[in-house]
Ligand binder design. Sequence first.
Ligand code: MEV
Length: 315
Amino acid sequence: MTMTQSRPWSHASGKVILLGEHAVVYGVPAIAVGISRGAMARAIPCDESTSVLRLEGLPVDLRADDEERDLARGFRAVLEAAGVHGSFVVEARTDLPPGAGLGCSAALGVALARALDPAANAALTAERAMAWERVFHGNPSGVDTAVSAEGGCIYFERGRGFERVESSAPLLLCVGHTGTISSTKSMVEAVARLRERRPEMVEKSFEGIRSLVRNARLAIEAGDVRALGQLMDLNQMLLSGLFLSTQEIERMCGLARDAGALGAKLTGAGGGGCVAALVENREVADRILRAWKEAGFEGFLAETPDRNRPAERGE
Ligand code: MEV
């Protein structure tokens, strides 16, 4: 195969949902921040009859001509959405753990869409990446691809797109992994089933989350991280009432609060995956990361808004 000169690597952020996961699938707004861990991809024009995806670091034996494979289907969907002419070898990498609620699949979709058309703006890139997301997540709201493409802090509403939220203070988050992988698709389906069985209870929770999200936006804009932490705690209570929390998630949130977190909650789909704890400074962050480590949980400090934003990379 002859490959001509490649384009530069395109970046996409991973994400932490500060408030509003699950409810966002049903039209309630959510607030999410990009983190600097994420995905990257580059497209190298080639003379093959079809494009090829090379996904490093993931234990998948990918053959792009295999109809059964989700990755191959997702790749073809992004190629189609981006209206690509010609063939490319597309190389992609991620340093996000899959099934952890940090937006691994959305970041890969965004990195692929961006590599295929680097000139597209964030909203168009996110829309194209949705073709990939739908293969993996069935009914994605779009918040993950939006924040992955835009980076920074966004306020997202399904069907309306996103607005940037300018935070007056840096948002320091400890992100810790419960060690259990969870499927976003299954968790979203579980909430859909619960909503069918107990519509009033679920709607009440969603309305509660709606007002938490609204207040959180104001708190972020005002730089009131204490208020934001309290709102995250309340969001966690409502998520746990929807059966999305686990013993490990509760344990990690408790350890984080005991070590001085302003608030802590699951992030993403729940049922395992990651916890995000908001902290005031690095000392508290170190205490939390230490407490998690002693209890057997891995974690890292994510300073947000992330540094993946194109404007901040000088592009
Ligand atoms: C997953 O990161 C967030 C969910 O709200 C699903 C979605 O918005 O598509 C659980």
